[in-house]
Design a protein around this ligand. Structure first.
Ligand code: ZN
Length: 43
């Protein structure tokens, strides 16, 4: 209801956002940061 921050916390974009896993980063950053945050390769 209230405005939530929907921007990527890494690069600030609001496109291709991933809100799964409690993350708030975009797909692009996810792929780059996934290993460093404990996730395996994304698809
Ligand atoms: Zn990003």
């Amino acid at each position: 209801m209230s405005s939530r921050s929907l921007k990527c916390k890494v690069c600030g974009t609001n496109r291709g956002m991933i809100h799964r896993y409690g993350l708030h980063i975009c797909r692009r950053c996810f792929r780059e940061h996934a290993p460093s945050i404990g996730f395996k390769k994304y698809s």
